[in-house]
Design a protein around this ligand. Structure first.
Ligand code: ATP
Length: 368
């Protein structure tokens, strides 16, 4: 099936003085897709969104929305809906007036305006607040109104800049579900800025991971989590244990490694270019490490096994989080309840195991 491309960034670059904050940004967003820009503070997410919105002009590159070149086109001519971190509702206007604002600017006839505001307030599940003022609503409700106001003009593109970060944890989760439902229901092409990896995984069809103005990887949440293109991507998304070591030998499917304190490990090859002798960072996620049922060596190499001692254990119902000392490394291990055949305690000696497929290996640059 041929997909329509709604937004295209071609070699976009932005400098502030001599500081390059967005470099060679290339992206195609398909119709109906939700794409998030994810990265640490200062990586250029908002600057890129502001260029798409028309608040900033790129120094280089082309921005195309719905097949039209948008460089130089003012923001209000780009047919966008926008929601920001702060609610940015007009305090002296009622909710109806706030939501109707964009329609009024477009000189929409009164009856149509009333109908569209009514519909969009229903969509965000706040049909009864039209006559109230923003200060009479909770933070979560105000953000829903901001979303309603962005949707009422039926824009061709929705831009969201950290729309959930001012809300407390519970509301954040609620509104996150709501956004996902709305995005799927309306099928609206959406670009979403966040520094919260869980939010990005949850809401996006694809994630663009940025670091220092550079695109590190573009992929589905699954690809970003399971096939990270770099050490930065792997460590930015989710928790991981890091060991340092060296590549001993390369097979066609697996690598043989040895950690700095002499533990032999195997890793499935995941496409990162390496060769024997390379110094590497080796990662395994806490939830991929298990307590081995049987003791003893694993001569076939089908699983990695290391002996350790429990240093810390927190039982959390569905799982237990442990810190296990293995040689010079302290490893975080997350054991689901159904894999705990007894209660473990600090000081217990345990045999840890994990599969070669669960090991991520990256060339070691600079650091220890
Ligand atoms: P955050 O999550 O903190 O909002 P971000 O990834 O959205 O971060 P940007 O706001 O895009 O980052 O900023 C990227 C870089 O550009 C930062 O180093 C910032 O200091 C710089 N920057 C942003 N706007 C300007 C400006 N108007 N003038 C000069 N430098 C700027």
């Amino acid at each position: 099936m041929i997909k329509t491309i709604d937004v295209e960034l071609k070699g976009i670059q932005k400098k502030f003085g001599s500081n390059v904050v967005v470099e060679q940004f290339n992206l195609q967003v398909e119709q109906g897709e939700c794409v998030s820009f994810l990265g640490p503070s200062g990586c250029g997410k908002t600057t890129t969104l502001n260029m798409i919105a028309g608040f900033l002009e790129p120094d280089q590159g082309e921005l195309i929305i719905k097949g039209k070149k948008m460089n130089g086109v003012p923001s209000n001519k780009r047919d966008l809906g926008m929601v920001f971190q702060t609610y940015s509702l007009f305090p002296h206007m009622t909710i109806f007036e706030n939501v109707a604002y964009g329609l009024k600017l477009r000189r929409t006839p009164k009856a149509e305006m009333q109908e569209r505001v009514r519909k969009v307030l229903e969509l965000v599940k706040l049909p009864h607040v039209a006559d109230r003022y923003p200060k009479q609503l909770s933070g979560g409700q105000r953000q829903r109104i901001a979303i309603a106001r962005a949707l009422v003009t039926e824009p061709s593109l929705l831009l969201l800049d950290e729309p959930l970060s001012n809300l407390d944890a519970k509301l954040r989760e609620e509104l996150r579900d709501e956004l996902k439902r709305l995005q799927q229901e309306i099928g609206l092409t959406t670009i979403f800025v966040t520094h919260d990896q869980e939010e990005a995984l949850y809401l996006s069809n694809r994630i663009v991971v940025l670091d220092h103005g550079k695109v590190e990887q573009i992929g589905t949440p699954w690809e970003i989590y399971n096939r990270p293109a770099s050490e930065f991507v792997h460590t930015f998304i989710g928790k991981s244990n890091r060991l340092s070591g060296k590549v001993e030998a390369m097979g066609s499917q697996t690598l043989s490694l040895v950690t700095e304190d002499g533990h032999p490990l195997r890793a499935a090859f995941k496409g990162i270019a390496l060769q024997a002798g390379d110094a590497v960072s080796v990662y395994v996620r806490p939830e991929r490490i298990g307590f081995a049922a049987e003791s003893g060596e694993n001569s076939s190499g089908s699983v990695n096994r290391v002996q350790g001692v429990v240093q810390l254990i927190s039982f959390l119902g569905a799982y237990a989080e442990c810190e296990v000392q293995v040689g010079r490394y302290s490893l975080n291990v997350r054991i689901p309840s159904d894999r705990q055949d007894r209660e473990w305690s600090v000081g217990d000696s345990v045999l840890l195991e994990w599969k070669p497929e669960d090991v991520f290996v990256f060339p070691r640059k600079g650091h220890e």
